[in-house]
Design a protein around this ligand. Sequence first.
Ligand code: KG4
Ligand code: ZN
Length: 354
Amino acid sequence: MFYLCTSIFIPNLVEKETIYILAIESSCDDTSAAVLRNDKVISNVVSTQKIHEEYGGVVPELASRAHQQNIVPVVHQALLRANIDKKQLSAIAFTRGPGLMGSLLVGTSFAKSLALGLDIPLIDVNHMQAHILAHFIAEEKNTKPEFPFLAMTISGGHTQIVRVNDFFDMEILGETLDDAVGEAFDKSAKILGLPYPGGPLVDKFAQLGNPKKFPFPKPKVDGLNFSFSGLKTSILYFIQRETKTNPNFKEENLNDICASIQYTIINILMDKLKKAVKETGIRRVAIGGGVSANSGIRSALKNAEKKYGWSTYIPKFEYCTDNAAMIGIVGYHKYKQKAFASQDITAKARYIIQ
Ligand code: KG4
Ligand code: ZN
């Protein structure tokens, strides 16, 4: 069950009809702030740090410094676009973890100070739980999953299959033993000479190529766990081998290579999802996290509705990659449960969902 702080700080708490949550996300390389009116998003501002592109991956120290520069203007923009004043806010929700410590500390310290200054409650949010609960953001065409459902979180830092019994009752059924699926996309892209983050580019080129041109091996991993490091190595050796005989191999076959990599990754994910559905008997399947923006996984899930009779839940693009709106929806549900954090709360780089 979810941990509720005992030494809570509930200043001026009155039952209000309308709850305004200001949410802050700073776990990796996106600084984001959102305002929610109850379960509706009224603003969601994301500032993606470009500085990491030239290094081929996120540099933690630079990420932390960029968050420090971005956080005030991003929060200001979110309030401006929501057209509300700070004084109307009911609570501040922030990402406590998991993520990069230096990045998390910026959002955590900012949220704590603002909550203290405004004399309103503070709500800590688990980032991975937020990727899952993003499905509960009120949207016109959105059907929310009924409990229990299966959620596959696929991001740059995580790959998990989670049984979601209730908002704050989640059980991890399987996870990656090494690289996350987003890393598999990004590292493959790097081998192909594509800039960071390569996932969206692999997706773009894959849509123009033949997915069966270059077969890559699928790992044999027990249960519902995943492994992606072997795939990365086999892609590396394959490219090195082919480039020896044809130095332009990568450039000449980019679309087919990307399509084949994406096809293999999607098959690995879908095999495990099918196994999870079989083992649990739960046919409601949701995805969340940056890789759920991928066209291959989105169409594989849609096909599974017809093929296997599943009900599937795919987030809107803006709620796939890191954003504060998903932090806000968790904030809203915790607010209703009065699950507030105390001012002595700290960020948590490793933070397992429960
Ligand atoms: O959830 P997210 O924004 O950050 C983390 O919590 O890690 O996920 C970022 C990851 C990156 O690895 C990025 O390459 C991947 O999501 N990604 C994609 C696509 N869009 C983002 N991977 C494959 N296809 C995409 N369209
Ligand atoms: Zn994420």
